[in-house]
Design a protein around this ligand. Structure first.
Ligand SMILES: Nc1ncnc2c1ncn2[C@@H]1O[C@H](COP(=O)(O)OP(=O)(O)O)[C@@H](O)[C@H]1O
Ligand SMILES: [Mg+2]
Length: 249
């Protein structure tokens, strides 16, 4: 049963790849406007979880229930799930390098969930205002006229987060955002994600424990495709099962 505060309910999900059980009876919930970190050793099933929620991978068993109507996302295609309000950021930024930051954001704003609108799109004042607002949110307000290809790795990641926020998802899934970033960039990324999670749910998969600590949110620890522990970072890092897994015992 999903409670009133539940946006996403993962229930009894299992996936097997060539006989290997990557996700095993996985169940947990994400609330509205919640920031959640998912941690766990390599191969724990973190990316596969995101693949299932976004419709890229179909599980053998289980349900993913979404929104007020507890609609089951399993069997829906990726485009339909994205239109239902789930945005995903991949590890490699996919911004258009030859276009400016402004052009990339404007394109994302016009790429409305209604495909007919894209055909007849003429940018209006409110679209430019939205671009300005997004640029401020990701800390690139003074970079709008720069070619995206000239941005640092971190700035490209923020731009991509901004392009996802332009779609106004109810849930944003972010896989290892801190990889390859400088310390300063990581800190800024934490701020962006925390701010974004005030108005939507944000689920962050991350290896960097300092990054997760700065997120200061509930943590779900995955291991062998199921939940090993859940709670504050301090709580889960005191859990003996978690300690054993991280020390490889
Ligand atoms: N498409 C696939 N085909 C076969 N095995 C896969 C596939 N995707 C993931 N796996 C396996 O499932 C397990 C979980 O992978 P993954 O979700 O990528 O882990 P994590 O993101 O936590 O590191 C790993 O053992 C991985 O090799
Ligand atoms: Mg992964």
């Amino acid at each position: 049963m999903s409670g009133a505060g539940t946006l996403l309910e993962v229930s009894g999900i299992s996936v097997t790849f060539d006989g290997f059980r990557a996700i095993s009876n996985l169940s947990f919930n994400i609330g509205h406007a919640e920031l959640r970190a998912i941690i766990g050793p390599n191969g724990a099933g973190k990316t596969t979880f995101m693949d299932i929620v976004t419709g890229k991978t179909k599980p053998d068993e289980g349900k993913v229930l979404w929104g007020e109507m507890s609609r089951n996302l399993i069997g829906m295609n990726e485009a339909k799930i994205a239109r239902a309000g789930i945005g995903r950021k991949f590890q490699r930024p996919t911004v258009f390098e030859d276009q400016t930051v402004f052009e990339n954001l404007l394109m994302a704003v016009k790429n409305d969930r209604n495909p007919l609108k894209v055909l007849f799109f003429r940018p209006k004042f409110k679209d430019f205002a939205k671009v300005e607002e997004l640029a401020a949110e990701i800390g690139l307000a003074d970079q709008l006229s720069r070619k995206s290809g000239e941005l640092s790795h971190g700035q490209k990641q923020w731009l991509e987060i901004g392009m996802l926020l332009a779609q106004d998802p109810k849930l944003l899934l972010v896989d290892e955002p801190a990889a390859g970033m400088t310390l300063g960039e990581r800190e800024h990324t934490t701020d962006i994600l925390k701010e974004a999670a005030k108005t939507r749910a944000v689920v962050v998969v991350e290896h960097d424990m300092d990054f997760v600590r700065r997120l200061d949110c509930k943590v779900t620890v995955l291991h062998e495709g199921s939940v090993l522990a859940e709670g504050s970072l301090d709580h889960v890092t005191k859990n003996q099962d978690v300690i054993d897994v991280y020390l490889g015992r």
